[in-house]
Ligand binder design. Structure first.
Ligand code: DC
Length: 238
């Protein structure tokens, strides 16, 4: 186990990026609880907008303006939850609804819309500006908080990520075939890494961790050890 972190960490910003299923949310949640930070799952926000589009039967390309209008009036609220972060849209709980295969099918398309990104990025910046946060997503270290105190980029093979996703979905009572999950993950990787606006990419100063052969707890220990080293070096006293 890594040694403890000083109190002054309360203002820190940690960015965890990487592709779907690399372990970002599990790792971020554990670190948040160990270091008493607020965990912000930005993927849930893109999923909430996707839910808004599907709920209103919006054709993504042809009726983009309708979605943007609805989004400008929408309030997305993230609250701490038992197992995962709770998500409310205009006060209506959609925590479980945003985890369905249908949302997964369209979320990369929705998150490639530049206006959706700029709206959510500014919301995320407001949520994180006070510090004391660990935020996971695809563009946190590159776009949302390019000056984050610590940037981690998690990767794993698509097979391993698919297998982890299958276990998570099972816990929600959703049974999916491993090959289909893997194909879906690879399709999302492609859209997320090739979109025009802030595509998924590792920030130059992010630390790369391959989670294929190590447990979530080993990843957590590595990150906390890196943070301790950084805090020691910077003498900044967060
Ligand atoms: O992490 P997740 O699987 O819940 O993310 C859902 C989708 O949202 C993912 O396919 C890409 C998109 N996303 C994004 O573009 N930028 C983020 N910061 C977070 C997620």
């Amino acid at each position: 186990m890594s040694k403890s972190i000083p109190q002054s960490i309360s203002k820190i910003i940690i960015a965890i990026d990487g592709p779907a299923g690399a372990g970002k949310s599990s790792v971020a949640k554990i670190i948040a609880s160990k270091l008493n930070l607020t965990y912000i799952d930005t993927g849930a926000m893109y999923r909430a907008v996707t839910w808004l589009a599907l709920r209103n039967s919006i054709m993504l390309e042809a009726q983009k303006d309708i979605l943007l209008d609805l989004l400008s009036k929408a309030e997305i609220t993230l609250l701490p939850g038992e197992k995962r972060q709770r998500v409310l849209l205009n006060g209506f709980e959609i925590t479980d609804q945003i985890r369905t295969p249908e949302i997964v099918k369209y979320v990369s398309q929705v998150s490639a819309i530049p206006e959706v990104r700029s709206k959510l990025v500014s919301l995320q910046q407001q949520m994180g500006e006070v510090g004391g946060v660990i935020m996971d997503g695809r563009d946190i270290g590159t776009t949302v908080f390019p000056n984050a105190d610590l940037k981690i980029f998690l990767i794993a093979s698509s097979r391993e990520r698919a297998s982890r996703r299958q276990i998570q979905q099972r816990e929600l009572g959703i049974e999916e075939d491993l090959d289909s999950i893997q194909a879906e993950i690879e399709r999302r990787d492609f859209i997320d890494t090739t979109r025009a606006v802030s595509p998924l990419s590792q920030a130059a100063d992010a630390i790369l961790i391959d989670t294929d052969q190590i447990t979530i707890y080993e990843v957590v220990d590595k990150i906390i050890a890196t943070l301790n080293t950084k805090l020691g070096e910077s003498k900044k006293g967060f």
